[in-house]
Design a binder for this molecule. Structure first.
Ligand code: MRU
Length: 365
């Protein structure tokens, strides 16, 4: 997608061909800066400290992390340790384990001297595949938007999204945003409600920045306004992303997604999940019981960061000193609340049968 009119991906290899460049997403929307990852430790830190975030981008960064590790130690031990370190960086998004396993599967049969070159090529293939998957999700979602827009008789279609499942969360296009970008490019009138997504504000900071950059009409809302807007007929469609969707269609995504799905059900608003196949975990069924939910620092709840009138970055405390806080990063929306999953192969019901029919090559056991 574009940054100041320039085609930009969220991750790329530098001119020398060894360093990996990412956008430091902790500084957006007020400051656009890139960081060069030069080692395995850098890559793990980038994922852990959320310079990069979003399930598909975490996966791509981990794949490049394995490549960076092969510059340092291309032995069997080096490969094994790199995979172990990267997988532990964040627990919830299955794309991380998927990408690392993919790298291990490709590299482990090779002799060490062949691994460095092969690792960069494999990571680039994972990144390119993500772009193709998201473009296909965009095409399928565009048909859905076209259908719903017909009923609007020339008025804008109101789409709501949560967190950032935009191009910043992937290598390009985004998942939930790909249909939005494609519809906007096709001249369909739409307006996006962007929910702020406390505590880290990925909606207010990142999705709003993306929408503004691409000229997509949008309004930022506090998370708690979503139900009210739905009750008043102001939301025609919800599209969110996913960090892990199980074989029976339970969807794990950023904390607060479940409440939106509940309100959507109560108000008859279609609730779709943009689910690239690397985010589908066919080894898990019961999302509520099986998916590991990341708990992050309480400081993300007790404090908030932004810029002051002079443009200086400031972090301020919100809560009384001494009030404990807890910070669960994700929640699980049961399949029964999901209208459909927008995958790269088409839109599918969130059921075990439908998913197995669409992805027979991925079914486990
Ligand atoms: O904690 P984050 O910012 O990594 O969480 C991101 C989300 O929950 C996204 O919705 C999800 O990863 C899908 S990204 C296409």
């Amino acid at each position: 997608m574009k940054v100041k009119g320039q085609d930009t991906r969220s991750i790329w290899v530098d001119e020398v061909g060894l360093g990996v460049v990412v956008i430091d997403q902790t500084l957006l929307p007020h400051h656009f800066a890139t960081r060069r990852l030069e080692s395995l430790d850098h890559a793990a830190m980038a994922i852990r400290d959320m310079w990069v975030r979003g399930a598909p981008l975490i996966g791509a960064t981990a794949a490049y992390g394995v490549a960076l590790a092969m510059n340092e130690d291309d032995s069997d031990h080096g490969l094994h340790e790199a995979c172990r370190l990267l997988v532990a960086a964040r627990p919830t998004a299955v794309n991380l384990a998927w990408a690392v396993e993919e790298m291990h599967r490709l590299l482990s049969p090779l002799i060490p001297s062949e691994r460095q070159h092969a690792a960069y090529a494999a990571a680039a293939a994972i990144a390119d595949e993500d772009v193709a998957i998201n473009a296909a999700i965009g095409d399928h979602g565009l048909h859905l938007i076209l259908e719903l827009a017909k009923a609007k008789a020339g008025r804008p279609l109101n789409v709501m999204t949560h967190c950032n499942a935009g191009w910043l969360a992937t290598v390009d296009w985004g998942t939930a945003t790909a249909p939005i970008y494609k519809a906007h490019e096709a001249g369909i009138l739409l307006h996006v409600f962007v929910s702020e997504t406390r505590p880290r504000n990925q909606g207010a900071f990142l999705t709003a920045w993306e929408m503004a950059n691409h000229g997509v009409p949008h309004t930022v809302i506090v998370d708690n306004a979503a139900g009210h807007l739905m009750q008043h007929g102001q939301v025609d469609l919800i599209i969110v992303g996913t960090d892990r969707t199980t074989a029976q269609g339970d969807v794990c995504n950023k904390i607060g997604t479940y409440l939106k799905a509940l309100a959507a059900k109560d108000n008859g608003v279609p609730f779709y999940v943009a689910a690239p196949s690397p985010s589908i975990d066919f080894a898990m069924k019961d999302g509520l019981r099986e998916i590991p939910i990341e708990t992050r620092s309480a400081e993300e709840v007790t404090h908030i960061a932004g810029v002051d009138a002079e443009g200086q970055r400031r972090q301020v405390r919100l809560t009384p000193q001494g009030s404990p806080a807890v910070n669960h990063g994700f929640d699980v929306t049961p399949a029964r609340l999901v209208t459909g999953l927008i995958t790269e192969r088409g839109i599918v019901a969130a059921t075990e049968e439908a998913l197995a029919q669409m992805f027979p090559d991925r079914v486990v056991g």
